[in-house]
Design a binder for this molecule. Structure first.
Ligand code: ADP
Ligand code: MG
Length: 658
């Protein structure tokens, strides 16, 4: 016969201010496997304290304790939890069942912390419920049971893992005498099957059920009496349990049921902070990305990989100064030299602005802009014709009076046949319309900074025609703009530099031209918007922090509210780590749920808002990842303190709370 309890010199001292109370004062105790021992003594004699020490719910101040051959004095929390989980069954006066769980789930609870899969757990629990006569009540909640039935559930839970010893602290104390007798009959039956039982009671009649009666007084054993012969029918020691722990699925289920779903409204309100934070991050970034994309798209629509060189149109003394220094202003030769020097240039166009009076069908057109062009003007600027064709080589060579007209100047649906019906005069000279520019929408207010113009009001004529048929101030620069299209976007910056070097030499260092790279201008414009982005991001971040504080607040309240639950879980074998993780999972779930709801809300809201506004929206997967991680970290960060608090409670304290 092996020894289950071996206690030597056990002392437990409680300090109350300056007082020290020895609740246990040098107790030696041995209990053999298969014994049924009762402990009696007046109130305050140390019975409960002894049980708590034997049950590994608390540590001795002094002395050594071996349970089933294992030294408990040096075990850490994880080891003690495993011992409570596998070697000890505990039955309390107040039953200590979890109100949210069914009878079956309550009985199965210790098995969860042993890492046994749920289906197997419930199967084992059903079998155990049968043994204690509860087979008809499996799906009931504790509140739907009588006191006697509750205590049966508690006994079944204590026995589910075939413990070495069952500790029962006043198990009949909360029951009427008839029910108390029934519970004692059950314990007698279990003892007859070989169970080792240690029972605390102040009721002498109850104590008669035991073979051995120990009397405590002031923390000392004053009597230890064998009442009748030992039961020889003892079971073999069960195999020690394997070192597995609470599975992730169970942790998740506990978090969901006990945390989120148990207080739906509270959870929803707590989520709001995170939800608003995440929703605002996502929607702001979607709009900001959308507007950037819209601008970039428009710039590309105006011609890709463009470099524009603009004449500065100097006047008066500046103009004389420039010409005296030896610069002729922007010229066709400049364009030629640049093109020959740089191989990255795919196509080129030259523009000269013509301040001519325009009359179309005898009506003056004050908004029209006349531009004399050469080269690949249409291609470079990504323009197409809805009617007619570009200027032919002959038209260019013979300086013919032909024109291509922007669609905005003509009535809608002007077609090829109508074209010849229109009369156009520029500076009093008649022109023949040979083509119509296809309508192109440009948001000029948004693109003003990069010098975009509305081409729908343009009238294009051949450059030669303009230079040879009109006379001007002699000092005027020959051309006003040179447009260059490069083969690749990456070449824009280096080519820009080279052009500057070439033109600076040709213009003798006179600053009479300007070089524009529209895409670069856009980028620097967007740089300046970054501050706004950062500002809106910080506002969202603040809202996340506020949400996090809300979570922390609720979790702290929840920990206080659920002390009893924590104690029960710990008593059946949950490690401090399991409790900590349980509360962490809860806060992370709340936060992540808020985050996911926020992402969905933002996507729905932004999509709905963008449709009537015809505004492009870009959902960046990166920012969604950031939103998810941020809500995860919020839950983790703000849940950490409540979780640690939940897991670091003194077990005996929280179990003895009413
Ligand atoms: P019993 O269960 O026999 O009534 P207890 O073991 O509960 O006795 O208490 C034994 C002594 O230890 C009592 O004097 C009690 O006041 C004291 N005591 C028990 N628990 C605590 C505690 N947590 N803090 C301070 N004193 C305690
Ligand atoms: Mg007591």
């Amino acid at each position: 016969m092996s020894r289950v309890v071996h206690l030597r010199g056990a002392r437990k001292t409680y300090h109350m201010g300056l007082h020290a109370v020895n609740a246990l004062d040098g107790v030696d105790l041995d209990i053999e496997r298969g014994e049924f021992v009762s402990i009696i003594g007046s109130s305050g004699s140390g019975k409960s304290t002894l049980m708590h020490m034997l049950g590994c719910l608390d540590r001795l101040s002094e002395g050594t304790y071996e349970l089933a051959g294992e030294d408990m004095s040096t075990a850490d929390d994880a080891q003690l939890s495993a011992i409570r989980n596998r070697k000890i069954g505990f039955v309390f006066q107040q039953f200590n069942l979890l109100g949210n769980l069914t009878v079956l789930e309550n009985i199965a609870l210790p098995l969860a912390y042993a890492g046994i899969p749920r289906a197997r757990r419930l199967e084992m629990a059903a079998e155990m419920a049968h043994k204690v006569g509860l087979q008809a009540r499996l799906d009931h909640r504790p509140t739907e049971l009588s006191g006697g039935q509750c205590q049966r559930v508690a006994i079944a839970r204590a026995l589910i893992h075939e413990p070495d010893v069952l500790f029962a602290d006043e198990p009949t104390g909360a029951l009427d005498s008839k029910t108390g007798v029934e519970i004692m009959d059950l314990l007698d039956k279990l003892h007859a099957q070989g169970l080792t039982i240690l029972l605390v009671t102040h009721d002498l009649k109850i104590a008669e059920h035991a073979q051995r009666k120990i009397t405590l007084s002031d923390g000392k054993i004053i009597e230890d009496k064998q009442q009748w012969a030992k039961n020889e029918n003892s079971t073999a020691a069960p195999e020690p349990g394997k070192g597995s722990k609470l599975g992730f699925k169970d942790m998740f289920r506990i978090g969901l049921r006990e945390g989120l779903l148990a207080h739906k409204l509270r959870t929803a309100l707590t989520m709001l902070g995170v939800l608003i934070g995440v929703a605002s991050v996502i929607s702001m970034s979607s709009f900001s990305e959308g507007s950037k994309k819209k601008q970039a798209d428009q710039i590309r629509a105006l011609g890709s990989n463009l470099i524009k060189i603009l004449d500065q149109k100097l006047e008066n003394s500046e103009l004389y100064q420039a010409r005296a220094t030896g610069s002729q202003g922007l010229s066709r030769e400049d364009a030629q030299v640049v093109k020959e020097a740089i191989s990255d240039i795919e196509s080129m166009a030259i523009v000269r602005d013509m301040p001519l009076d325009v009359e179309l069908n005898l009506l003056p057109q004050p908004t029209a802009r006349v531009r004399a062009i050469s080269g690949d003007y249409l291609t470079v600027n990504n323009l197409t014709l809805s009617e007619g064709s570009p200027f032919t080589a002959t038209e260019h060579r013979h300086n013919q009076r032909v024109a291509i007209v922007g669609s905005g100047l003509l009535p809608d649906k002007t077609d090829a046949a109508d074209m010849s019906e229109q009369t156009l005069t520029l500076g009093g000279q008649p022109y023949r319309i040979v083509g119509i520019l296809a309508n192109r929408y440009v948001d000029t207010t948004e693109l003003e900074a990069i010098g975009a113009n509305d081409t729908n009001q343009d009238i294009l004529i051949p450059l030669g025609t303009a230079i040879n048929r009109y006379t001007y101030l002699p000092l005027r620069s020959e051309v006003d703009e040179i447009h260059l299209q490069l083969t690749r976007e990456e070449r824009l910056a280096p080519v820009g530099k080279r052009i500057r070097r070439i033109l600076d030499t040709r213009h003798r260092g006179v600053n009479d031209y300007e070089l524009i790279i529209p895409l670069d201008l856009l980028k620097s414009k967007q740089e300046s918007q970054k501050l706004l982005d950062i500002l809106s991001l910080s506002i969202s971040a603040i809202s996340l922090v506020v949400g996090g504080i809300g979570i922390m607040n609720i979790m702290l309240a929840s920990v206080t509210e659920r002390m009893k639950e924590i104690g029960i879980r710990r008593a059946v074998g949950a490690r401090a780590e399991d409790i900590r993780n349980q509360f962490l999972v809860e806060s992370i779930l709340i936060s992540m749920a808020g985050g996911i709801a926020g992402v969905l809300l933002a996507m729905a809201g932004v999509t709905l808002a963008s449709r009537p506004l015809a505004f492009p929206v870009v959902f960046d997967p990166g920012i969604m990842f950031v939103a998810f991680s941020a809500s995860f970290l919020t839950g983790l960060g703000f849940g950490a303190y409540p979780a640690i608090r939940a897991s670091s409670q003194n077990l005996v304290d929280i179990l003895s709370r009413e």
